[in-house]
Design a protein around this ligand. Structure first.
Ligand code: TXA
Ligand code: MG
Length: 310
């Protein structure tokens, strides 16, 4: 991990010139640009091939800076004190006089915000006088990146600079909770529904099958662009098998997310493993049944969306 000042300064140079850069976070790597600049944020959409109507998450260093752009409420403060910085994003009301570029919100009156805990990105955010819009650093609908090398795989020479922060510790995106009205989880992620419920002592809405309001929550996402079948024990020729239980025999087709059903470890290894399987050119992927609790629920959510690719 290269948390040295010269890299941070280099990053700032690119950002100040309205360029995009890759940044590490504890969830997944992001492709970042000045959230106050229309020029900079339009580049994110272009590089990611992201539909213009899919709004971006904005990354802040702390509460004071956020208050310039968003209305905050009691529920937000409770969650913020407990979970931020960390793997949770909040949907808040945008202030009228906010400087956030219209590209970020697609003209909507709400904003997704997050306070990443990764020390390098915190060091960077502390030194900037604008927040960073940063969606996951993958081409739209593809697998999210969890290392500098993954980001390179996605963008090649189109992205000049990526801050190196080792492999993302959580390896799966932040939980998104809408707290503009009654608290509702829009995306499962690094903080569980149960943790949020316990903190708020309130009912929490989560609809697994809601029609996607935003493209990012829709079908076919997190996809290696290989056919994927779920809940199976058997593997075909030229097929990769994703496992969380150790098997007695060995096979070049076996890929372990964990060898002892550790679901947190499995979540961390999910995107990395999908990327390896893709590189080895398997024709399809089979996945062992994964228990639907804790991080297992998040893994199943991502695999289900990846499996819509036919
Ligand atoms: O962990 C993360 O959240 C990573 C790291 C880089 O911070 N970022 C990330 O961003 O996952 P992205 O753009 O890949 O996913 C953000 C999701 C999208 O599905 C988008 O539709 C949704 O957040 N979103 C953004 N603004 C929103 C809003 N105002 N209301 C509802 N959903 C929103
Ligand atoms: Mg994404």
């Amino acid at each position: 991990m290269k948390n040295n000042l010269s890299n941070i300064k280099k990053a700032i140079k690119y950002l100040d010139k309205n360029q995009c850069i890759g940044i590490p976070t504890e969830t997944v790597y992001g492709i970042a640009a000045n959230a106050y600049s229309s020029v900079a944020t339009s580049k994110i959409y272009r590089l990611k091939k992201r539909p213009k109507n899919n709004p971006l998450i904005v990354h802040y260093f702390n509460l004071e800076l956020l208050k310039k752009d968003c209305e905050i409420n009691k529920i937000f403060l409770k969650l913020y004190k407990k979970f931020s910085p960390g793997p949770i994003s909040y949907i808040l009301k945008l202030k009228r006089n906010s400087l956030i570029s219209k590209n970020v919100t697609n003209g909507k009156k709400t904003l997704a915000v997050r306070f990443p805990s990764h020390p390098i990105t915190r060091n960077l955010l502390k030194r900037l006088n604008y927040p960073l819009a940063a969606p996951s650093a993958n081409i739209s609908t593809k697998i999210s990146p969890v290392s500098k090398k993954d980001v390179k795989d996605e963008f090649g020479k189109n992205l000049e600079f990526i801050l190196d922060g080792d492999q993302s510790k959580i390896g799966i995106e932040s939980t998104i909770v809408n707290i503009v009205k009654k608290p509702q989880v829009l995306r499962l992620g690094g903080i569980s529904k149960e943790q949020i419920k316990k903190c708020l002592n309130l009912n929490l809405i989560y609809k697994k099958k809601t029609k996607a309001i935003y493209p990012g929550q829709g079908k076919t996402h997190y996809s290696p662009y290989i056919k994927l079948r779920l809940n199976t024990k058997n593997v075909n020729k030229n097929e990769a098998l994703i496992l969380i239980n150790k098997r007695k025999n060995r096979s070049k087709n076996y890929f372990y997310l964990s060898k002892n059903k550790n679901l947190k470890e499995a979540a961390k290894n999910l995107y990395k493993t999908l990327r390896i399987i893709k590189k080895r050119k398997f024709k399809s992927i089979a996945v062992e049944k994964i228990p639907n609790n804790g991080f297992g629920e998040v893994i199943n959510d991502r695999l289900k969306r990846a499996s819509y690719f036919k």
